[in-house]
Design a protein around this ligand. Structure first.
Ligand code: ADP
Ligand code: MG
Length: 262
């Protein structure tokens, strides 16, 4: 099981949309996926049509009162399991800040899941802040996937998160964390700016930038309000096509690296 944190400390850049629809696409491609919602805003959870209480989240596991394994739920979709979120999860920031092992709690739980071979991939949707939940996710992840909006100010955010990755590595919490990829989101092909931003990211991160670019489309924006993934809401549209493309590129990358990543 590879653990992939979908992260960017900026809000509204397409983290949840990507975590949800990439997970759904991987599941449709036959991969066994566990999607963990670590954002107290619980947008991934509601986007899947789930409504739970705080006890159903990773919160008790992070506090050492439960095992993450016991919080895994069916999403109602083949191959896709989930650990949902609830706004109570926000309280974990305060609770966890008291302990000194808080950074590695999630990591320990997820490492414990690996030998069970229940999942091929575990995706983490993360909150838009550099708090305990986000750093726990980065400490727990094998890889980070950064969704980046096609705007100039997105590039500033990118520099910052790359710095945070370095800090996590150097802290010793997760020396092997790798930057798996950067996916450009909300692309509007009518503007030169969007194309320039994609080119600029490609200049700095040629091996990390995904060829697949996620277009801005109303269908992707409205799918969560119907509690549907893009494959349920608009299966033949450009949003579904893009997230299938992203999943296929993701799988090619992971197969290419060899058995160590399988
Ligand atoms: P984050 O999780 O980073 O805060 P979201 O994935 O929730 O970002 O996206 C922010 C908002 O933009 C949401 O309302 C979402 O539905 C919408 N959105 C995300 N991606 C797209 C897209 N490609 N096209 C149109 N709307 C999008
Ligand atoms: Mg989100």
């Amino acid at each position: 099981m590879k653990v992939v944190a979908v992260a960017n400390q900026k809000g509204g850049v397409g983290k949840t949309t990507t975590a949800l629809n990439l997970s759904a696409a991987l599941a449709l491609r036959g991969q066994r996926v566990l999607l963990i919602d670590l954002d107290p805003q619980a947008n991934t959870t509601s986007g899947l049509g789930l409504d739970v209480d705080g006890d159903a989240t990773v919160y008790p596991a992070l506090l050492g009162e439960a095992n993450v394994r016991d919080k895994i739920m069916a999403s109602g979709r083949d191959n896709l399991s989930v650990i949902p979120s609830h706004m109570d999860l926000a309280g974990v920031e305060i609770e966890l800040a008291r302990g000194d092992d808080h950074l590695v709690r999630l990591r320990t739980h997820l490492q414990g899941l690996k030998p069970n071979d229940l999942f091929d991939f575990c995706l983490l949707d993360t909150p838009p802040s550099l708090g305990v939940l986000m750093t726990s996710a980065l400490a727990a992840a094998d890889e980070i996937l950064i969704p980046l909006q096609c705007e100039w100010f997105g590039l500033e955010g990118l520099a910052k998160i790359v710095h945070v990755i370095d800090q996590i590595r150097e802290s010793g919490a997760n020396p092997d964390l790798t930057l798996e990829g950067i996916v450009m989101t909300m692309f509007d092909g009518r503007t030169n700016l969007a194309k320039q931003v994609v080119d600029e990211v490609g200049n700095y991160f040629p091996n990390q930038l995904y060829q697949t670019v996620i277009p801005r489309t109303i269908r992707l924006g409205e799918a969560p309000s119907h509690a549907k993934t893009i494959f349920e809401h608009d299966p033949d549209g450009i949003g579904a096509k893009a997230y299938y493309g992203l999943a296929d590129e993701f799988l090619t990358r992971h197969a290419a690296v060899g058995p160590a990543l399988a």
